[in-house]
Design a protein around this ligand. Sequence first.
Ligand code: HEC
Ligand SMILES: [Cu+2]
Length: 264
Amino acid sequence: METKIPKLEKKVITVAFVTSAVHLGLIAYAAVKLGITVPTCVTNVKPFTTGAFIDHGQKRYEVHVLAKMWGFEPSRIRVPRGSIVDFYLTSKDVNHGFNIDRTNVNLMAVPYVVNYAQARFETPGKYPVICHEYCGAGHQAMNAMVEVAEADQPAEAEGIEAAPSPSIEAAAQPPGQKIMQTKGCFACHSVNGSPGVGPTFKGVWGRKETLSDGTAITVDEPYVIESIRKPQAKVVKGFGPVMPTIPMTDQELKDIIEYMKTIK
Ligand code: HEC
Ligand SMILES: [Cu+2]
């Protein structure tokens, strides 16, 4: 027996086909004729920590925009008219927005994620960039500028901070200091001589210390190791036996000792 499709159902099927065909047609039209691209989260670009402006020649530019509280890196770029600019966007801290006036570029800057959009700039003029995602006290002042110049003017970018070289960064914060920060040691120990729950680490290395039982010791490696592994074994006079036993690997202990030697 033949099954007959009811008339109404045929209508519904036709309408559904026609609407989706129109929909797909419009998407194709927007992409091909209007040059609208969908913002994309790219996974083949590693999140970066500084802004960059790269001239690929032939009016093709690549901009790495780093959004941060409360500004953009670069804060201003200038490209000649007719340029095609690839914007890669990430955030250094919290979520920010990135909207370039009079373009289709409207992205979110998300930490650890790189988003991408492309813009073609045909008309000379200023294209203000704003953060359109509330990001804290300085949000309303968070902006940048894209300037489109006449074709014969050179491209340039401003406001890109030089990346601290790894060696300078490492010198600025020794591993031991980092460990003490993450383990919460500085909650009780200062490094500038100011009093705290525990003795200050300023000048701690080689310091003569009197313990609660009256014996005198010198702060050296075995004593520091014992102080950290068994905080209550020797208690410095004038302080309570309140230091917690904080788990620590041998390497972490070593790094801490190296750092403590340097706190003068
Ligand atoms: C809750 C507070 C507290 C925290 C957190 C703490 N300490 Fe202490 N620490 C003390 C107190 C109080 C003393 C002094 C009494 C004693 O010797 O136990 C002390 C003593 C020491 C001493 C001996 C210092 C001297 O002058 O003789 C060392 C070394 C030390 N702590 C290292 C650390 C390290 C490293 C950490 C982090 C992993 C840490 N402490 C975290 C309270 C703390
Ligand atoms: Cu904002």
